[in-house]
Design a protein around this ligand. Structure first.
Ligand SMILES: Nc1ncnc2c1ncn2[C@@H]1O[C@H](COP(=O)(O)OP(=O)(O)OP(=O)(O)O)[C@@H](O)[C@H]1O
Ligand SMILES: [Mg+2]
Length: 255
C-alpha cells in the first residue's frame, strides 16, 4: 500500500532521513519507534507532502507521491494527525469536524454551510457524519466546546476523528497517545484496532511500548534517520541493536 524506497531528507548538513526503505502493507498497523530526534515526524511529513525527500521514492497504491502537495496526497486517501495538535482552537469540536470533511479547513466554507440555504442538505449530511464521529471517539458530550478548552486526551481524539472524517485509506498517527493516561492510551489502542478491522491501514509513531504491543503487526525502528530494525513487536523488544539504541535507555522504557 505504502512503499518508501531509499528516502533521504537533508536539512543543511543534518541527515534527518538516511536511505529509508520500508513497506506498509494494506490493512496492517505498522509501528514506527525511535529516540527523540530520530526523524519519525520528518518521515510522516514527507509521506503527507508537508515536506519532500531530498532523494528517494514514496509510492502509495503504486503511484509516486513524494513530489505532490499535501492536498493532493490527502485526496488520494492519506490522512494524518499531528504531534503538536493542530485544531482550530476557537471552533467547537463539531465545527472542527465539519471543516475537515470539507477538505482544506477553510473557515469561509463553514460560514457558507451555515448561512446559505442552498447548502442546508449537504450541511445536514456532514453534520450527521460529524456527530457519529464524535460519538465514536467519546466526544459527543463536548461537541459544542471550543477545541482549545478541551483536555489534552480529548484534543488528541478529536485530531483522530478529524483525520477519519476525511475517509482515508491510510492513517498516519504521530504520537496519538502523548499526554494520555494509561486507561485513555489503552482505549485509543482499541480505536486503532477498530480502524484496522474496518479495512484501514495505519502507520503509528509511538513511544509507549505497551501500545505498540497492543496494536502493531510489525514495527520499524528509526535511529539517526536510519532504519536499524524491522520485525514483530516481540522481535523488536528482544533485538540487541534496538535495546542499545532505544529500549535499554531508562528514559524511554515506558511499558
Ligand atoms: N524543518 C527542519 N529544519 C531543520 N531541521 C529539522 C527540521 N525538521 C526536523 N529537523 C531535525 O531533524 C531531526 C529529526 O526530527 P524529527 O522531528 O523528525 O524527530 P522525531 O523522531 O519526530 O523526534 P521526537 O520523538 O522528538 O518527536 C532533528 O534533529 C530535528 O531537529
Ligand atoms: Mg516527532
Amino acid at each position: 500500500m505504502l512503499e518508501l524506497n531509499g528516502v533521504s531528507r537533508l536539512f543543511g548538513g543534518l541527515q534527518a532521513l538516511n536511505n529509508v526503505t520500508m513497506l506498509v502493507p494494506a490493512h496492517r498497523v505498522v509501528g514506527l519507534i525511535g529516540p527523540n530526534g530520530a526523524g519519525k515526524t520528518t518521515l510522516i511529513n514527507n509521506i503527507s507532502g508537508l515536506d519532500h525527500p531530498t532523494s528517494g521514492i514514496i509510492r502509495f497504491a503504486g503511484q509516486a507521491i513524494h513530489h505532490l502537495p499535501p492536498h493532493r496526497i490527502a485526496a488520494l486517501g492519506i490522512a494524518r494527525t499531528f504531534q503538536n495538535i493542530r485544531l482550530f482552537g476557537e471552533l467547537t469540536a463539531l465545527e472542527n469536524l465539519l471543516i475537515s470533511q470539507h477538505g482544506q479547513g477553510n473557515a469561509t466554507v463553514l460560514d457558507s454551510l451555515i448561512v446559505t440555504a442552498r447548502y442546508r442538505m449537504e450541511e445536514r449530511r456532514l453534520r450527521d457524519t460529524a456527530l457519529r464521529l464524535l460519538e465514536r471517539f467519546r466526544l459527543a458530550g463536548v461537541a459544542h466546546q471550543h477545541a482549545a478548552n478541551l483536555p489534552y486526551g480529548d484534543q488528541r481524539r478529536l485530531e483522530m476523528a478529524r483525520a477519519l472524517a476525511m475517509q482515508p485509506r491510510l492513517m498516519l498517527l504521530d504520537e496519538p497517545t502523548a499526554g494520555m493516561n494509561p486507561v485513555e492510551t489503552e482505549q485509543l489502542g482499541e480505536q486503532i484496532i477498530q480502524l484496522r478491522a474496518e479495512g484501514l491501514t495505519v502507520l503509528v509513531i509511538e513511544h509507549d511500548m505497551s501500545l505498540i504491543h497492543q496494536v502493531c503487526d510489525e514495527v520499524y525502528v528509526l535511529n539517526f534517520g536510519q532504519i536499524i530494525a524491522h520485525g514483530t513487536p516481540e522481535q523488536i523488544k528482544q533485538n540487541p541493536v534496538v535495546i542499545e539504541a532505544y529500549l535499554g535507555r531508562e528514559d524511554r522504557v515506558e511499558g
